[in-house]
Design a protein around this ligand. Structure first.
Ligand SMILES: [Zn+2]
Length: 115
């Protein structure tokens, strides 16, 4: 790196990145997270998956089902996800949430406005 912008070495991906690429951690001397944001995200996703599988739960990952593959490839998963969320109508968001997270027996013919 040029030395003009402050950088830090990420011990996970082993790349020297601008300090902007790191989150914050007040407990560390330099005030920056140990790993770059990319690695931090990958690590926290991995540990979430691990914790869930220890509880016998499976984390479902099917970005292709919802996200634009071209955007995933060119701009990354985060951008594609943001795009997807920004393009949702409220009704679609609620319907998708129900489909993904509400246990089936709870979604009956009775809706709140019918109570
Ligand atoms: Zn890294």
């Amino acid at each position: 790196m040029s030395g003009l912008i402050p950088t830090k070495l990420c011990p996970d991906c082993d790349k020297e990145k601008p300090t902007e690429a790191f989150g914050r951690n007040k407990r560390l001397k330099d005030g920056l997270a140990r790993y770059c944001k990319e690695c931090f995200q990958r690590r926290s996703r991995a540990s979430y998956r691990k914790r869930m599988s220890e509880r016998g739960k499976q984390v479902r990952e099917r970005p292709d089902e919802f996200l634009d593959r071209r955007i995933v490839e060119t701009e990354g998963l985060d951008v594609a996800t943001r795009d997807f969320l920004a393009g949702m109508t409220d009704r679609f968001a609620v319907t998708l949430y129900e489909r993904l997270f509400i246990p089936k027996p709870w979604v009956g013919p009775m809706a709140w406005d019918q109570l």
